[in-house]
Design a binder for this molecule. Structure first.
Ligand SMILES: [Fe+2]
Length: 314
């Protein structure tokens, strides 16, 4: 198979985005969505008949937007460094809106300016924002303290480890969300590679890790033939890639976007999941045990890929 592993370096992307800012959905039942995001650990900061906005503890005005409408993933927003970056996108991206003040409830919560466009490969609405402001929120809980061999950091001090080894003493609520971690898009084979190139060219995204279909001699029988044929037909061996922001020497997440090849034959790009960062592994594991908050519709996962902190997926 062709050795076409990763994206070419884009020497001059239109902008180099700083982070992902929020995800945007529509849903027919905002009451159900409000219960869901609250159980998940987000804080609802605006609710009216047609709009639900939720945030985390870090100083972003909102991370999660739901409009009343058909059940649908709309898209996500990138945070950029300057209003000039917004203007560059407006000038260079076909069909991009002009730079405008963020209006309505979203603007009242955090101000800022933005642009948006319908990305033609996926149909997602991609936005870029700059200048939003918010104060951080105080967390309800702190990290657990553990003793370990030779180091007694906690002596004679009880701590609440709800759902773990003691009877429940109080309801700590769900794992509090701090920030939006990453967004995962599943895109039909072939188009998935074009979309990754679009993200590199438009927002300066870089490849952190690649999953490539490289079949060792003699191992062909272990690879499902339909999958092999789907990827081969794209002319590349890249199945999915973890993409990060280009922040130079500054630290950034291992990935802010993951683009997968959609393998079920669905012709339209889909939202896979968004991951939100929480305090740590303890809160991530204890939150689903809270009996007052049945989370039947909520899958909480943990990941070590991003950092030592917990990552809850929605
Ligand atoms: Fe993830």
């Amino acid at each position: 198979m062709a050795d076409t592993a990763v994206l070419p370096d884009t020497a001059t992307p239109i902008v180099k985005a700083a982070d992902v800012a929020y995800v945007r959905f529509s849903a027919p039942d905002l009451d159900a969505m409000e219960r869901f995001v609250t159980d998940f650990g987000l804080v609802v900061v605006h609710r009216d008949d047609d709009l639900l906005l939720s945030r985390g503890l870090e100083p972003m005005p909102f991370l999660h937007v739901v409009h009343r409408g058909p059940a649908k993933f709309v898209g996500w927003a990138f945070e950029v460094d300057s209003e000039e970056d917004l203007a560059a996108l407006a000038d260079a991206v076909p069909g991009c809106s002009p730079v405008h003040d963020i209006g309505g409830a979203e603007g009242r919560l955090g101000g800022g300016k933005r642009v948006h466009f319908v990305e033609p490969i996926t149909g997602f609405v991609l936005e870029a924002v700059h200048g939003q402001h918010a104060e951080p929120l105080a967390p309800r809980r702190d990290r657990h303290t553990y003793n370990r061999a030779g180091v007694d950091d906690r002596v004679g001090v009880e701590q609440d480890v709800v759902g773990n080894r003691y009877p429940i003493k109080k309801d700590p609520g769900p794992a509090e969300v701090y920030r939006l971690g990453h967004v995962v898009a599943a895109v039909p084979p072939g188009a998935h590679q074009a979309f990754m190139t679009c993200l590199a060219d438009t927002f300066g995204m870089l490849v952190s890790d690649s999953a490539r279909m490289i079949i060792p001699p003699g191992a062909e029988e272990h690879f499902p033939q339909p999958l092999v044929e789907l990827i081969a037909a794209t002319g590349s061996d890249v199945m999915f890639q973890f993409l990060r922001m280009d922040r130079g020497d500054a630290l950034t997440d291992h990935h802010s976007i993951l683009v997968l090849a959609l393998m079920d034959g669905t012709p339209e790009a889909q939202f896979s999941h968004a991951a939100f960062e929480v305090l740590g592994m303890d809160t991530l594991h204890s939150a689903p045990e809270v009996p007052a908050r049945p989370l039947a519709s909520l899958q909480t996962r943990w990941s070590q890929a991003q950092s030592s902190n917990g990552v809850a997926s929605l």
